[in-house]
Design a protein around this ligand. Structure first.
Ligand code: NDP
Ligand code: PMR
Length: 395
């Protein structure tokens, strides 16, 4: 299924074909050999190898495939290789702005992990991103199979993975009925939390083996999941309760579709998912920071009132929300500015502290923010971790 999805968006960057189904594959730069697939990438400076799966990849890897983290320049000075950052949901809004900000530095190669290849490709071009600064790889967080396939696919790129940014999200404030992921989880928590949970757990191995000086896993949070703020007190408020709905599978069959076991509410499901994101970051920190040296961080980038996140909201909301945030709450931030903020969390040497939820003040200076009582509850984080790993098949 994942392959079928993958074949529908083909590639300037990554291509997939079912074995035996390839007739004329020359335009893909792929030849079948001994039932496997040969990667034709020598022109890009990438090692050519035979792979046993049916996925073939062409990627712009020349700048990052160097085996060692620092190499000597002609002047004898050591230079750091490009960092490689995976960003989910990089086809619009914050993810795209961050990809652009990183690419523009010339120091980063971005793996844009997106569910819609064409949209991502057009967005990267429209943003003026240099074609050598990114690779688009298909990822649909609403399917655990797709997450697992994505992990296989990025590994075949043979690039190191130095930073992972869990950014993608859906928000369904006007939905009357729940919708579900391929695995039967309520959509907002399924995509925003469970899909990312599996992805982050899998890619931790890759982060561990990266030789980059500062390796980071970032999970985007939000103010609206934090009930210690005015924004977090706008109903419906986030509340995971005792996680009985999540423990029941969040499928609406044997259990509620809401984490706390209540009635479906799309806006609450989103805010609950953001609490999960912030709790997960802290649990990662507690379990893995010392052992791996990876920095785990979350953030609230500001209110980016113009993004696609509000696409399902009523038109009046979409009209009034940006001026309301700009002139009344003054919480508004442009996509460009928010992208620069997240790019700082990816790459600034001063933001290496692990376990932190970053925010920015009126002068756009970063600071360590306080999470709400629930979003910093260590016991809840542990319980959330244990239930989530069962749901995604890791335990
Ligand atoms: P956008 O809707 O612009 O971006 C969301 C991205 O997630 C899109 O690229 C979208 O893909 C992708 N996505 C959605 N579903 C899936 C899926 N199933 N699989 C893979 N990708 C998917 O919203 P924002 O940029 O505003 O949101 C980005 C992050 O910022 C979110 O985590 C959000 O919670 C957070 N945030 C946003 C704030 C705001 O004010 N906007 C404030 C605080 C936090 P596609 O393009 O194909 O739809
Ligand atoms: Mg909010 C300082 C006040 C502040 C800030 C920073 C936000 C951010 N909001 C604030 C206040 C208020 N909001 C107030 C007083 C109201 C009542 C009028 C209000 C309402 C409101 C709505 C209906 N706000 C919203 C919504 C949404 O649908 C958005 C949401 O909850 O999405 C999940 C939203 C947001 N307000 C924010 C931010 C950042 C959001 C959206 C994004 C998010 O958390 O991801």
């Amino acid at each position: 299924m994942a392959l079928q999805a993958a074949t529908s968006f083909l590639p300037s960057a990554l291509s997939a074909r079912k074995e035996g189904a390839v007739k004329d594959s020359s335009f893909l730069g792929v030849r079948l050999a001994d039932g496997g697939v040969k990667l034709e990438t020598s022109a890009l400076g990438m090692r050519t190898k035979r792979v046993s799966t049916s996925v073939a990849i062409r990627a712009q890897t020349a700048a990052v495939s160097s085996p060692s983290v620092a190499s000597a320049s002609p002047s004898g000075k050591k230079t750091l290789r490009k960092g490689v950052a995976v960003i989910t949901g990089a086809s619009s809004g914050l993810g795209l702005a961050t990809a652009k900000a990183l690419a523009e530095t010339g120091k980063w190669h971005v793996i844009m992990a997106c569910r819609d290849f064409l949209k991502a490709s057009r967005a990267a071009k429209a943003a003026g991103m240099d074609k050598d600064s990114y690779t688009i790889v298909h990822l649909d967080l609403a399917s655990l199979d797709s997450v697992r396939q994505f992990v296989k696919n990025v590994r075949q790129l043979e690039m190191p993975i130095d930073v992972v940014v869990c950014n993608a999200a859906v928000y369904q404030p006007t939905a009357k009925e729940p919708s579900y992921t391929a695995d039967g989880f309520e959509m907002s928590v399924g995509v925003n939390h469970l899909g990312h949970f599996l992805l982050a757990r899998e890619l931790l191995e890759d982060l561990k083996s990266s030789d980059y000086p500062s390796k980071r896993l970032i999970i985007v949070g939000s103010i609206t999941g934090n009930t210690n703020t005015l924004a977090g007190n706008v109903p419906p408020k986030a509340n995971l309760g005792d996680l009985r709905g999540l423990a029941g599978g969040l499928n609406g069959v044997g259990s509620s579709v809401m984490i706390d076991g209540g009635e479906f509410d799309g806006a609450k499901a989103y805010k609950d998912s953001k609490v999960c994101n912030m709790l997960t970051m802290q649990e990662f920190h507690r379990r893995y920071h010392e052992e791996t040296g990876v920095t785990f961080a979350s953030l609230y980038p500001g209110c980016i009132a113009t993004t696609g996140l509000f696409r399902e909201h009523i038109p009046l909301f979409r009209l009034l929300f940006p001026p309301f945030q700009k002139y009344i709450t003054k919480g508004y931030v442009s996509e460009d500015e928010a992208g620069k903020r997240l790019a700082q969390v990816v790459s600034e040497p001063s933001l290496t502290k692990s376990g932190v939820y970053w925010s920015w003040n009126k002068n756009s200076a970063s600071f360590e923010n306080q999470l709400s009582e629930e979003a910093s509850d260590a016991e809840k984080a542990k319980k959330l971790w244990e239930i989530s790993e069962k749901l995604v098949g890791l335990a």
